[in-house]
Design a protein around this ligand. Structure first.
Ligand SMILES: [Ca+2]
Length: 246
């Protein structure tokens, strides 16, 4: 991208810091999300630095700038099994993985983004036979850690089944080391993943990654029940969010 933007003969020229922008007061500012970067003219999907509202530091995120209008901030990507998703509460809280590959953005950052403005959620899934589809929720947010990052979703549309496979509103997040689900069992331990489990619920996009030809018959896989059933482990999952009013 162009190495500097705005206020060329005024002030606020920032060379080689393309994530910085000049605000009306002439100070350099960092975009709060990928939607803002898109508005600033970044049209290439890839890794960018942002500073979410109420977050104290810069973080690196992957921005999807083409699909479905662009401006999407990645929250989760599964595609090859290269990253272990059987992780602790603290790992899911802070995020983990490779930003350009498989990763989880982190519940703290997701909480900050979704509590600062209304967000949409976009879930793009692929199976092992070349089929793919999208689930959209026109509202998505999670609660604070004291409420176990409980899920709020509404307004499902999409081609991955007649129902969305995210659990009913207010499902809390659980991890293998923290059981907050509605089951006498411990879903996160049975599923080796952190997720919003009910008892144990119709989805788990953080499940164990099974390769081709070993993707059937596992209930702890990368699952989206109302599309492929609960024992089918998907080839890829891309989950991203952007403001309802970018
Ligand atoms: Ca339980």
């Amino acid at each position: 991208s162009f190495p500097f933007t705005g206020f060329l003969f005024g002030t606020c020229i920032k060379v080689s810091r393309p994530f910085l922008w000049c605000n009306s007061a002439g100070n350099a500012t960092v975009a709060r999300d990928c939607a803002e970067l898109l508005r600033r003219g970044h049209h290439i999907s890839g890794v960018y630095s942002i500073k979410p509202t109420n977050h104290s530091s810069l973080i690196k995120v992957f921005c999807e700038m083409q699909a479905d209008g662009g401006g999407w901030t990645y929250m989760l990507r599964r595609q090859d099994g290269s990253v272990n998703f059987s992780r602790s509460w603290d790992d899911y809280k802070m995020g983990f993985g490779q930003i350009e590959g498989e990763h989880w953005l982190g519940n703290e950052v997701i909480r900050k983004i979704t509590s600062s403005s209304p967000q949409r959620l976009r879930i793009f899934l692929q199976d092992w036979d070349g089929a793919e589809g999208t689930a959209n929720y026109n509202r998505f947010s999670i609660g604070p850690e004291e409420q176990h990052y409980r899920l709020r979703v509404a307004g499902y549309t999409g081609s991955l089944g007649n129902h969305g496979s995210l659990p009913a509103p207010d499902a809390p997040f659980s991890t293998p080391d923290q059981d907050n689900d509605d089951c006498r069992c411990h879903c996160a331990q049975l599923s080796s993943a952190g997720w919003w489990f009910e008892a144990c619920g119709p989805s788990n996009l953080n499940g164990h990654y099974y390769p081709r030809d070993n993707h059937l018959g596992h209930f702890d896989g990368v699952k989206w029940h109302y599309w492929k059933g609960s024992s089918y482990s998907l080839r890829s999952a891309h989950v991203m969010l952007k403001p309802l009013h970018p």
